[in-house]
Design a protein around this ligand. Structure first.
Ligand code: HEM
Length: 113
């Protein structure tokens, strides 16, 4: 969990510095978000951890998140994983799992992605 948390913190530094993504996080309690995101990523990469946060479809609905935003977000995660010396094989596995959630994240705004 500590390793995942390091990666997640680094990812959100990059996401918040991205002019196309930062406004989505205005007013969002980032400490709680980082905690839940850590739990979520840990849960999809290890069978021992259970995600206890909000339903991903509900929490992202109505925010106007497109496939382009989703891809950029995953790009920042990739950079954060690389910066923490995660192997490219393991990175591919994480990205492959996350790709399965893209419909939940982008919802009905998935028009251009
Ligand atoms: C693989 C992609 C993604 C995953 C796995 C993911 C996962 C999560 C998780 C676990 C939460 C916390 C839920 C809770 O508080 O219980 C969350 C919240 C949030 N996500 Fe995502 N997310 C993804 C992509 C995105 C993208 C691309 C955006 C916007 C560009 C985004 C914007 C948000 C916002 C604004 C919240 C905070 C909601 C709130 O607390 O009010 N997410 N996400």
């Amino acid at each position: 969990m500590d390793g995942v948390r390091r990666v997640v913190d680094e990812m959100y530094v990059r996401v918040l510095a991205d002019p196309e993504l930062t406004h989505f996080f205005d007013g969002v309690p980032m400490e709680k978000l980082a905690r839940m995101q850590t739990e979520f990523i840990a849960s999809i990469t290890s069978g021992d951890i259970q995600y206890t946060g909000a339903d991903l479809t509900k929490v992202h609905a109505g925010r106007g998140i497109t496939g382009v935003h989703f891809s950029k977000f995953c790009g920042h995660l990739t950079d954060a994983l690389e910066a923490n010396n995660v192997s490219s094989h393991a990175i591919d596995q994480v990205l492959g799992k996350l790709a399965m959630y893209s419909d939940k994240i982008t919802g009905s705004s998935n028009v251009d992605g």
